[in-house]
Design a protein around this ligand. Structure first.
Ligand code: ADP
Length: 167
């Protein structure tokens, strides 16, 4: 039987991308032929970087990983996946709260669009890494430099200075 070509999307808000996300990307690409990091807008999260800024930050970080690209999207995730011809969705799991939320999301996405979700477990050192927490810690002056790539850390520091000047 001929081997199937599998294109997957890794959707998220990536505001900003963290070492935890990169770890999921590096392990996830081993399961697929192509992986598109899909940057979307989360209506419930207060965004720090624009869609374009998030995409631009990710580009150099995935440039050396064969088969991985990045795009932004502005519609339902399953619609986006269908548009780009993806048959699988990649997601990461950190803890039981993630499992509960992701379980419901994966069931819904399969029911409405027939798309399968593939999960990878976080590496232990990133079990507590979330973009939301990073934004909060950094905003209070905490050091998050070992949780995000250096280039992202520089942009985050700059953005928080600009933001706090306006607040
Ligand atoms: P966050 O939850 O950090 O705000 P996203 O909404 O961008 O991030 O999440 C996109 C996907 O990446 C989700 O499936 C989320 O569970 C996963 N993810 C985020 N951080 C990690 C991590 N440290 N380890 C494993 N998976 C993660």
């Amino acid at each position: 039987m001929a081997k199937k070509f599998v294109r997957a999307v890794f959707p998220g808000s990536f505001d900003p991308i963290t070492n935890g996300h990169l770890d999921v990307i590096n392990r996830g690409i081993k399961l697929f032929d192509e992986l598109i990091v899909a940057v979307g807008n989360s209506p419930i999260k207060n965004q720090l970087f624009t869609l374009e800024e998030r995409v631009e930050m990710i580009k150099p970080l995935i440039a050396g990983i064969e088969g991985v690209t990045v795009q932004s999207y502005d519609c339902l995730t399953v619609e986006y996946a269908a548009t780009v011809g993806a048959t699988a969705m990649l997601r990461g799991l950190r803890n039981l709260t993630d499992v509960q939320y992701e379980f419901q999301l994966a069931m819904t996405n399969r029911a409405v669009a027939g798309i399968e979700t593939i999960f990878v477990m976080t590496s232990e050192q990133y079990g507590f890494t979330s973009s939301t927490l990073i934004r909060q810690i950094a905003n209070l002056g905490g050091n998050v430099s070992n949780l995000i790539p250096q280039s992202v850390y520089e942009k985050l520091k700059k953005r928080l200075i600009e933001k706090n000047r306006l607040d």
